[in-house]
Write a protein that binds this ligand. Structure first.
Ligand SMILES: [Ca+2]
Length: 350
């Protein structure tokens, strides 16, 4: 990290250059700000290095790369432009011979990290609230004046961290406030083959993969009114699928039984949640490898398929299966949609 005083001093000089860039079809003006000097160490934040180019060419190359959030101009030896993610982990060096000038892209986020690919801001907010003040992101985000797309993590006084996603609807007519209840994206660093009590309490990390906990999902979806579940999936080849339901689950006494209904009132034939079939999840209790509530009289489906879920006999969906496993029975799957590299389940009040 760069020292705060240095940032303040240099930041006030601001604005080295600006240019136009077209990202996702939208033309925006970006600014590069001189932040100061950083050590010349090579690290994972360096996306590429180009020798002997001007600052303006270097800036243009950064703007063309959506992963780029900063450039470093290094003049020790051969002049080099370094395109970087902006996540420099090295402390500033006092050495004048092994430092680079760091320029950051102007950031639309008030705080936190700007994801240019998603055009979202990630912030971490520790919000200490009296117990029972807020139980979901709808309530928490209502305490803030947030009107831009973004992801915010709230750590509640009880210790649980919520991942909240703000999504401004088309034309800005509505602001969706999502609470993320499950996410798989890190390539299997968090395994989901776990027992009842772990699914009950929740596990994993909100910065990578997690299950928020069945007790919490019950609490969340039993706040007065209807709740909208959105499941977002991406295959390894980039193909995406989003499905949506009215949704709630029962308490632990009810086995966290799943209640899903179509949001548009259609039957959705073939849907792995809604359909009436031996593998469909709706109205099933939750099962884990140590609690068998499924309808298969021989097998424990959660044990066979490596993940707790609303297994029937056994399943046409299992978003808690083994990451990277392409075998339908073992892996993360949604009907015939397998080979998934990203899954997110999120809920909002209607
Ligand atoms: Ca069974």
């Amino acid at each position: 990290m760069i020292q705060t005083n240095t940032i303040k001093t240099i930041f006030n000089t601001l604005l080295l250059m600006s240019t136009l860039s077209k990202v996702n079809g939208t033309v925006r003006q970006f600014h590069l700000h001189l932040y100061g000097e950083v050590s010349e160490e090579y690290g994972p934040h360096i996306l590429c290095q180009i020798p002997n180019v001007s600052k303006s060419v270097c800036a243009s190359m950064c703007l063309e790369n959506a992963k780029c959030h900063a450039v470093e101009i290094c003049n020790h030896g051969v002049s080099r432009c370094r395109i970087t993610t902006g996540q420099h982990s090295s402390p500033m060096s006092n050495s004048s011979r092994s430092t680079c000038q760091l320029y950051r892209l102007g950031n639309p986020c008030r705080e936190g990290y700007w994801d240019r690919l998603q055009n979202t801001c990630t912030q971490n907010i520790t919000q200490t609230l009296p117990p029972n003040t807020c139980a979901d992101c709808h309530c928490l985000l209502g305490l803030l004046d947030i009107v831009t797309n973004g992801e915010i993590r709230f750590t509640l006084s009880g210790g649980k961290t919520l991942v909240c996603v703000v999504e401004v609807a088309v034309l800005g007519l509505d602001i969706y406030k999502w609470t993320v209840i499950q996410r798989r994206r890190s390539g299997g660093s968090v395994h989901f083959d776990r027992e009842w009590n772990e699914y009950k309490e929740g596990f994993g990390s909100t910065t990578s993969d997690f299950w928020i906990g069945n007790d919490f999902i019950h609490q969340l979806t039993n706040i007065t009114g209807n709740h909208h579940l959105q499941i977002r999936m991406t295959k390894n080849n980039g193909q995406k699928l989003t499905v949506e339901y009215l949704f709630y689950i029962e308490s632990e006494n009810g086995g966290y039984r799943l209640h899903a209904a179509s949001l548009d009132g259609s039957q959705n034939l073939g849907d792995p949640f809604l359909s009436t079939c031996q593998e469909c999840a709706n109205l099933m209790k939750f099962s884990t490898k140590d609690v068998d509530n499924d309808n298969d009289t021989i097998r424990n489906c959660a044990s066979v398929s490596k993940g707790g879920w609303w297994h029937n006999s056994c399943q046409k969906s299992n978003l808690n299966g083994e990451f990277g496993q392409v075998n339908y029975t073992l892996g993360i799957n949604w009907n015939k949609f397998t080979d998934l590299s990203y899954v997110e389940m999120r809920v909002r009040r209607l």
